[in-house]
Structures are given as structure tokens and as C-alpha cells.
Design a binder for this molecule. Sequence first.
Ligand code: TYD
Length: 136
Amino acid sequence: MTYKVYDLINTGDERGGLIPFEKGRNVPFEVCRAFYIYDTKPSTPRGAHANRKSEFLMVVISGSCKVKIDNGREQSVVELNRPNQALWLDKMNWKEMYDFSYNAVLLVLSNEKYDEKEYIRNYDDYLAAVKPFHQN
Ligand code: TYD
């Protein structure tokens, strides 16, 4: 599976936490886009798509949520529940974010600008697109 969970170094001090993001240091791509998801509902999942070009770095900066990652062959679930924990997701992973806690804020960085054309939002289309990667 092409994802990685890792800790972000907190450079904060007694005044509070501070987590910087820096290309090549703790972000494995040049950040081109950032967005955050908030005001979520525990029973309403988000995502359910794959991206042909976008990689993502996800950090729950407040609260918690789960991310289901599916590469067309295997599935994993990662729980994000600390602001110093990052999930890097390579392109062409099917993902779904769910079980958002009250007041959860999910920050997402990406290497690509938003382009609806590179989103695959139908799971069968995703399986067809990823099939060549799983041959041999
Ligand atoms: P969507 O991809 O459905 O969100 P999620 O993956 O969290 O379920 O996006 C919701 C709306 O926001 C949709 O109209 C597209 C828009 N959007 C942007 O304009 N830019 C972005 O970077 C993202 C992620 C979404």
C-alpha cells in the first residue's frame, strides 16, 4: 500500500505547540493546495474517491477521524487522533474519511491544484483504472 503514517516534530515550547511543514523535511512534495474539512458529522463520511495525480498529506489538527485506504486489492484503516501525526497518501489510492469526532478539523495538503477531471468518484471506474498496476 502506498501510504505512510509518521510523526511530525513539534517545535513548540512552554507557550504551546507549533508544527511546521516543509518540503523535503516532513512533506514529501511541493505544496500546491491546502484545504481543511470541518463541521463534519460523525455519521457522514467524506472522500470516497481516488486521484490520478494528487498526493495528500492529512493531519487532524483537532479531534479525530478514521481514514479507510483501499488500493483495489487491500484495505487499511488509519486512525488520526493527534495533531502531530501525519498520513501521506500517494495518488491512486481510494480513500474515505469517517468517524469524525465532535469539532474535528482535518487539514489536507496536496501537490496538485484542484482539478475535478483527475478525481475518480466511481469505485468500479477506480478498480478498472488501477487494474494494470496489479498485473503480474
Ligand atoms: P469533495 O471532493 O466532494 O470533498 P470530500 O473529498 O471531502 O468529500 O469536494 C467538495 C466540494 O469542494 C466540491 O464542489 C469540490 C470542491 N473542492 C474544491 O473546490 N477544491 C478542493 O481542493 C477540494 C478538495 C474540493
